[in-house]
Design a protein around this ligand. Structure first.
Ligand SMILES: C[S@@+](CC[C@H](N)C(=O)[O-])C[C@H]1O[C@@H](n2cnc3c(N)ncnc32)[C@H](O)[C@@H]1O
Length: 233
């Protein structure tokens, strides 16, 4: 049920993810090799009978790769422009076991048996913290007891006393090493909701996930493997 006080997920999802020209350039701007992610899920028991749900799937790089290792993949994104691109790729490659769903972290209503694996990369930071918790609750409801949630996102682990200095050096480095316009880099801090790892970890735990592994990369990125138990661990 949607009420007036609830967040509009689309409005927070990043304008560039709805713009056809921007979306057409997405794979070039944010290249992603999913093979190590597949290896991790295989290590945690991914097998042919499983279903995997990918929240904030973007152009579908992950679902297209994981589909050959499982029974069914559900690719969820709040942007219809992204979903159209995934649908085109699925049709072109003749893949039968990927279902695309135009929905958000919050509005997605899982149908059928709970699943063994949920994946999400570079998407959760679009929601402010209260809504991150609501999203994590929905991910938990999608998973079976003991199911695995692989989360990767922009998460901070720099010294908070030197936040400005750290952000300035990150921006300098990205301006040199990526094709993102300066404005696109500033948006991460000005308009999106990345948070510190020391805040995100208790959120995951309060919702009912056990964090099995956490990795923090270069102060601005984190990767978690979490297991769903349904109550704080
Ligand atoms: C930076 S892209 C990442 C795409 C893909 N996961 C990847 O790593 O290649 C973020 C994606 O999250 C989607 N997104 C943002 N907010 C969302 C929400 N509330 N629910 C579902 N998807 C969302 C955007 O539309 C976009 O496709």
């Amino acid at each position: 049920m949607v009420s007036e006080w609830m967040i509009n997920e689309k409005r927070h999802a990043g304008e560039e993810h709805f713009d056809a020209e921007e979306v057409a350039r997405f794979d070039e701007k944010m290249p992603f090799d999913p093979s190590s992610e597949i290896d991790i899920l295989l290590e945690f028991g991914l097998s042919e009978g499983n279903t995997v749900v990918d929240f904030g799937t973007g152009t579908g790089v992950f679902p297209l790769a994981v589909a050959e290792h499982c029974d069914r993949v559900v690719a969820v994104d709040v942007s219809e422009t992204m979903i159209d691109v995934v649908d085109e790729k699925i049709e072109k490659r003749g893949i039968q076991n990927i279902e695309t769903i135009h929905d958000g972290f919050l509005s997605y209503d899982h149908q059928g048996d709970p699943v063994s694996f949920v994946f999400s990369k570079d998407a959760l930071h679009h929601l402010p913290d209260f809504w991150k918790i609501e999203a994590l609750k929905n991910i938990g409801e999608t998973l079976e007891e003991g199911g695995i949630f692989r989360l990767r996102d922009f998460v901070f682990s720099f010294d908070l006393q030197n936040s400005h200095k750290n952000i300035e050096s990150w921006l300098d480095e990205k301006k040199q090493s990526t094709i993102f316009a300066d404005e696109e880099l500033y948006v991460h801090f000005r308009e999106e909701y990345s948070t510190y790892g020391f805040l995100l970890e208790p959120m995951l735990e309060q919702v009912g996930f056990e964090i099995l592994e956490s990795t923090y990369e270069q102060d601005f990125y984190a990767e978690y493997i979490c297991q769903w138990h349904g109550s704080p661990t």
